[in-house]
Design a protein. Sequence first.
Length: 263
Amino acid sequence: MIRARRISAVGLLALALVAVGCHKKTTRAYRPPPPPAATSNAHSNSNRNARPAPNGSNSTTASSGTSPSLPTPPPNINGKPVSSELGLASWYGPPYAGRKGADGTVYDQNAMTAAHLTLPMGTTVRVTNLETNQSAIVRITDRGPFVRGRIIDLSLAAAKATGLYRMGVAKVRVEAYAPPVRPNATPGGRWCVQIGAFSKEKDAIQLKNHLMRRYSTAKVIEFAGPTGHWVRINPQQPDKAHVTEIAGGIHVPDAEPYIIRTD
C-alpha cells in the first residue's frame, strides 16, 4: 500500500514537471527608459531631441489622482506607403505603461501605438502579422525595440489586434505612410547612437568617459534602464551618415550600438 502511494506521488510530481516544462513564456521586447533630463556634468546633459526625461526621473509614471487616458483611435491612412520592410515584431506593456515615450506623451498600452528605431515620430504604419494575416494601423510614438533582428515594438492593444500578443514575436510587414509635416524640421532627421545594455554601472561609466574623450564635441550620457545601463552619444552633427560612422567605430563586448532617430 505504501509502495503504491509512493509510485502515485512520483507520478503526480512527474506530471507537474511536464506541465511546467511545456509552459511557454510570452516574449516582450527589451527597451530602456528615456535618459535623464540633465546632470551636473556639462557633457552629461540630455539632448533636447532625445527621448524626453519624465520630470528628471528614470521611473516616471502617470501622476496619481489623474484618470487614465482613453485608448487613442487608430490614425487614418491615405495613398500608398512610402516604405515597406519585413522583420520581427514584439510587444511591450508593463512596466512601461505610464512612462513617457520618446515623443513626450505618456505611454498607454491600450492605445494603437508602436516603437520604431528610425521612422519619424508620428508616422502612421500598417503592421501585418504574416503568420495570422491580421493587420493594425498604429502611430509611432516611441523608440525601440532594442533587440537584434526586431524592427517594431507594438503596444499591448496593437499586439492583440495583430494576433501577436500570445505569440510574443512574429514576422511582420511594416508599411509606413508619409509622416506629418513639422515646421523647421531638420532635413533627413536628427540621429544619435545608443550603446547597451551593461549589467554593471561601472562598465557603462567607463565607456562614457572613454567616449567623452574620443568625441569631445559630442554630448555623452549614461543612464539606467530596467535591465541594465546605457550610454548615448549625441553628436554635434546629428545627421544619419555621421551617426552611422560613429556607430561603426564602436566595438564593445556584450553591448551593441543602435542608431536611433530622435525626432
